[in-house]
Write a new protein. Sequence first.
Length: 451
Amino acid sequence: MSLSERLGQGDSENARSFPDLSKLSEELNPRFEPPATSDDTLKSQVLETLIQSLGQQLYSGQVEEEILEQHVYEAIASVISASQRSLTSYDRAELVQNIVDEILGLGPLQTLLRNPEITEVMVNRFDRIFVEIKGAITATDLKFSSEDHLRRTIERIVGQVGRRIDESSPMVDARLADGSRVNAVVPPIALDGSSLTIRKFAQEPFTVKDLIATGTFSIEAMKFIENAVAGKFNIVISGGTGSGKTTTLNVLSSFIGKNERIITIEDAAELQLTQPHVVRMESRPVNTEGAGQVTIRDLVRNSLRMRPDRIIVGEVRDAAAMDMLQAMNTGHEGSLTTVHANTARDALTRIETMVLMAGMDLPIEFIRQQIVEAVDIIVQQNRMRDGSRRVTQISEIVGLEGNVIQVQDIFTFNHNEDVNSKHVGDLVPTGIPFNNNNFRRGSVTTSALLR
């Protein structure tokens, strides 16, 4: 008897009772249903007509939207007349919007960017687009017309911020006009075609109330951190990719006084500070001649000569950690930054590793002493099983015992052991008193920070 025959002899009732995996997959991972789009052939014909009438001006970005819409209406009328097709006023308006989005915007992605529920857009290749909604990744039916169409969209994005992407420089970080973070990868390193990831920027920045309402912080923990920022403690926000570090950094920055001079340093500008005395700086990659690179480390060094009261670094990921520690240790108190790490203890190890990237042959004991003197508090943030972002630790750097940095938790996260519950847990105080004895500010107690 063949293997297929033996496999076919299973119990028929069990086979009938076994769930339909395709339907189950659809239930667990529903497809995002975009608005219906007009016929692709008609759209292509209209674009060809526009190219004939406008030429290279079409994708130059120099045509005003009102003028472009008028040209689109005329092109649609011409194509409809030639093809003897009829369109309703709704279909005609939708076709105009789609074509304007493709020329002035990001094509099929423009619809997703308008949706406030979508937090991330992921293009794996021109015909595979996914989105994140409320922490869950969902497939869409949208697609670019071709690899060239996707590539043209990527080049438009990076060109607007003065960057380039090609075979010699196949990876780039950029941002959209609204501040949304963009990462693009193209062949030859992207094997299945160009890839694009957009982390959407909130139209209105998250506030203290938002972080408390979503459970990211408890009221008591937020009061503690607010007073710590106002009291000029140096704070590092630690967490994994997509854990909400930048959002938390932005909210914590709002506690800085309006009379303080703030210097912000980022790879791609995302912070939205409302204080009047802010200088924003952004790193820059090499240009087409292989020169002109300005790194985060360069900007941190330069910021020390700009008379800052506070230095905020969007993320430290390399030897810039050395300069950041030096800044914290040389009178620039109340500085804020983020690092990638899974726990507060891991964050310290990451900082050590990044300091060693500076190429200086420093003893590990010296590096740890610098960290203890510079960093006061670590806020650990994680992405939970339900997709929510929660602060899971607020820890104080106590000091050195031997060669080991001593850390004590002021707040920890109590996880709900019921995996089926929608309530993932709570951030609660440990009861261990915070008693920062840093020589710069004297002794500060927990009670002082919770007032």
